[in-house]
Design a binder for this molecule. Structure first.
Ligand SMILES: [Zn+2]
Length: 345
């Protein structure tokens, strides 16, 4: 198999995971990727929308290809400061309340001050409330308890916390000795780290077969990530995003998952076959799968009218939009497939 620098991918992934970037507040994560691109000699520029476009010149400058990954993640926003000093929140991106109940979080005020807290249901203490297992975990029944001596709306406001402030979830990053990577937000920081791995591979080596754009989008979780930003000369787009694992799915945490179809419909068959054949020829562990409830930056670009062939590939991620987990083997397999693809004619 093609030798990719997995250590670099994991290390970049950990740095990205520890850089908060809910959709709408992604500047720091984009800056981190821009710095890495520059170190690796990839020319890049930010879009007005706040995304990042890097380009590696290929042997052939026509018929360009693009890889995309999204740096934005799930998160929340202060919706209301309650009279008891707790915060109601609005969701940024799609997730269940079960997956965030009990999670530590940080509220970032508009001046940049950070306040820690915990996401709880409005009835949390078993010593006070009965039948808590039946209490519905709906958005209205959830709140944030700040770690501040503030038990009125006024006291919270005096901290500088306002409606509209972003809330970051604790990313809980762990890399286990056996090679698992656990965190919220592997979707899609794993994909972005893999794209950095691809850039690292080509740094100082023979260039890819065709000029390749590396697009880092910043609004995917809310549906319009790569609806802008893929250059018009792009003929093929591969979104590097998580593979969905669950009952009946063929995707696992160790291989690269190639998506045949998701909620947006089938992806390009010729491109999909090309990627599966490359994986087979290069000894890269892969699975072809269908993701039942899923959209990607490739579908966002197509919906916006992009005239290109598109596909999605990525490391299998267990328990997506919850406590996610993947394995370094899936990161390595995905990166190796993208390198094989960019080297291919
Ligand atoms: Zn994603």
């Amino acid at each position: 198999m093609i030798e990719v620098d997995v250590e670099y991918i994991v290390e970049s992934l950990v740095r990205l995971l520890n850089t908060p970037s809910p959709s709408g507040s992604t500047e720091r994560a984009i800056d981190l990727v821009a710095k890495e691109f520059e170190k690796l000699g990839v020319c890049c520029e930010k879009t007005r929308k706040g995304g990042l476009l890097g380009t590696i010149e290929g042997k052939d400058r026509s018929g360009c290809r693009a890889l995309s990954g999204h740096v934005d993640t799930l998160g929340a926003m202060v919706k209301e400061i309650k009279s008891n000093g707790r915060l109601r929140f609005a969701q940024v991106g799609g997730y269940t309340m079960h997956s965030v109940e009990g999670e530590y979080c940080t509220v970032e005020s508009s001046s940049g001050a950070l306040y820690t807290g915990t996401i709880l249901s409005t009835k949390s203490s078993v010593h006070v409330y009965r039948d808590l297992d039946k209490f519905k975990r709906s958005l209205e029944n959830m709140e944030i308890r700040l770690d501040e001596r503030a038990s009125s709306a006024k006291e919270v406001e005096s901290l500088g916390i306002c409606v509209g402030d972003f809330i970051h979830f604790d990313p809980r990053v762990q890399v286990t000795p056996g090679g698992f990577v656990k965190s919220r937000h592997l979707d899609d920081k794993a994909g972005v780290a893999i794209i950095l791995g691809v850039a690292k591979f080509f740094a100082g080596r023979e260039p890819p077969a065709r000029t390749t754009h590396l697009y880092i989008s910043n609004y995917e979780e809310v549906g319009h990530g790569a609806s802008f930003g893929i250059p018009g000369d792009t003929e093929e787009l591969v979104a590097v995003d998580m593979g969905a694992i669950g009952e009946g799915q063929s995707t696992d945490e160790f291989t690269v998952s190639i998506c045949a179809k998701d909620s947006s419909g089938p992806y390009d068959l010729t491109l999909r076959k090309h990627l599966s054949n490359l994986a087979k020829e290069s000894g890269i562990g892969y699975k072809v799968d269908i993701y039942p409830y899923y959209g990607s930056d490739a579908s966002a670009a197509l919906r916006a009218g992009a005239n290109l062939r598109a596909c999605v590939v990525g490391p299998g991620v267990d328990a997506s939009h919850s406590y996610e987990r993947t394995h370094r083997d899936a990161l390595a397999n995905t990166c190796a497939l993208m390198v094989a693809y960019l080297k291919s004619q």
